[in-house]
Design a protein around this ligand. Structure first.
Ligand SMILES: O=C(O)C1=C[C@@H](OP(=O)(O)O)[C@@H](O)[C@H](O)C1
Ligand SMILES: C=C(OP(=O)(O)O)C(=O)O
Length: 443
């Protein structure tokens, strides 16, 4: 936590910019893990370089995986940029120590891999990692035969006593608090002796697009997966045991991190293009096209990417964000500047994200004069004229970008710890300034 305050710039004119958004956190961290499990070296191209992806890379390195970070600007344009070479370890190494930070993908995805190590792997992380749910992964791994010492806490810190192999097979878990429990088991499951069959038992699973991303990326790595959306049984995913192929994977831009930039088009009545928007993607951020259109913008694909245009007039929305929860903070910020009330629901699980996002959004928007109330599973936002003040960010990157969006229209917003955006978008402060000075248009 830092007390540094960042004065959020106010937009004095309509923005008109084209931005390059760095790679997706979710795709980068899956790509690294799948490459580490493969039978031969592979490449992860245009990876995200941020706190969460460095934690994943360092965690894999601790287990003996080689990850060479190289920059290749020779070809320039979209063909250049970074490419990380991943060299799998013949045997994953224990003892090892892994820092999970506050990265859900690292805390959920690495313990199922660590069971394959040939010794103990100790996991620790930020204080918030002790509070985020981990029981789905711990209980499932134990049921599959793994030995895990969590001091009875059901969370971090914990030690996975890797024994070089896991039998695997069918297992039940409750993923109603995080889709990452399912993804975690599936990602390493092909390397278990019997593969894995995950059956979710409980309330609806949030963030389903992220499970589809897992399934799609596993298939690209040559793994056979049966999933509910392909005619399989509801809430059951099956991974057949087998070798993974070392691939050349190109990471898409992080579409969830496009949310504040398109929001700038809506709020200022301007125009923002995000380069290289994929025509097909499993990223939840793709749903911004529909959500922001309902809020008053319009979008179209151009030769460069996806262009969003706003009118400066924003409408409130009634939206189920269960599938796309990570978009909530920025959507809530836009909704606070709208001309009518919004109801965002299906997002009770956000209370267990980087911070309790529902409580944080209510407190911070209301402290600026807003009228936001928390419901059982979401937020009601009644727009009111807002005033300046400190916007606290609770070490949550998406609270920080949400605050910047409010600051576009409200003078005197000061964002606490803008550096927390380093979790997934370290360049955010400069990118935001470039957007507003027109520099992003020239980039
Ligand atoms: O698997 C992933 O990459 C993610 C899944 C989602 O987690 P939850 O299902 O816990 O919401 C999402 O919110 C998170 O940002 C990334
Ligand atoms: C919930 C998020 O992250 P994590 O991967 O830490 O769960 C997020 O990025 O909004």
């Amino acid at each position: 936590m830092t007390d540094t305050l960042w004065p959020a710039p106010v937009a004095t004119t309509a923005v008109d910019a084209t931005v390059t958004i760095p790679g997706s956190k979710s795709v980068t961290n899956r790509a690294l893990l799948l490459a580490a499990l493969a039978g031969e070296p592979g490449w992860v191209r245009r990876p995200l370089r941020s706190r969460d992806s460095q934690l994943m890379a360092d965690g894999l390195r601790a287990l003996g995986v080689g990850i060479e970070e190289t920059v290749n600007n020779a070809t320039g344009g979209s063909g250049g940029g970074e490419a990380w070479r991943v060299i799998p370890a013949p045997v994953l190494r224990g003892p090892a120590r892994i820092d999970v930070g506050n990265a859900g993908t690292v805390m959920r995805f690495l313990p199922p891999l660590a069971v394959l190590a040939d010794g103990p792997v100790h996991f620790d992380g930020d204080p918030r990692s002790y509070e985020r749910p981990q029981h789905g992964v711990i209980n499932a791994l134990r049921a599959l035969g793994a030995r895990i010492d969590d001091g009875g806490r059901g969370s971090f810190p914990l030690t996975v006593h890797g024994s070089g192999a896991l039998d695997g097979g069918p297992v039940e878990l409750d993923a109603s608090s995080s889709s990452q429990f399912v993804s975690a088991l599936l990602l390493s499951g092909a390397r278990y002796n019997q593969g894995v069959e995950v059956r979710h038992v409980g309330g609806p699973v949030p963030s389903l697009p992220h499970i589809r991303m897992t399934v799609e990326m596993l298939r690209l790595a040559g793994v056979q997966v049966d999933a509910p959306e392909d005619g399989g049984e509801k809430d059951v995913w099956r991974v057949t045991p087998g070798a993974l192929l070392g691939r050349d994977m190109v990471v898409e831009p992080d579409l969830s991190n496009a949310a504040p930039f398109f929001a700038a088009a809506l709020v200022t009545g301007g125009r923002v293009t995000v380069r290289d928007w994929p025509a097909h993607t499993t990223q939840p951020g793709d749903q911004l096209r529909e959500i922001y259109t309902r809020m008053g913008g319009s979008c179209r694909f151009t030769d460069e990417g996806l262009e969003f245009t706003g009118t400066g007039k924003i409408h409130g929305i009634e939206a189920d964000l269960h599938d796309v929860g990570e978009l909530t903070p920025v959507i809530a910020a836009v909704a606070a500047l709208a001309d009518s009330e919004s109801h965002l629901y299906g997002i009770a699980h956000l209370r267990l994200h980087e911070t309790d996002r529902l409580a944080a959004l209510v407190k911070e928007l209301n402290d600026l004069g807003g009228d936001v109330t928390e419901t059982e599973d979401g937020l009601r936002i009644r727009p009111r004229p807002l005033h300046g003040g400190v916007f606290h960010t609770y070490e949550d990157h998406r609270l920080a970008t949400a605050a910047a969006v409010v600051g576009l229209a409200v003078e005197g917003v000061e964002v606490e710890n803008i550096a927390t955006t380093a979790k997934t978008l370290p360049d955010f402060p400069q990118m935001w300034l470039d957007l507003l000075t027109g520099a992003a248009a020239r980039a």
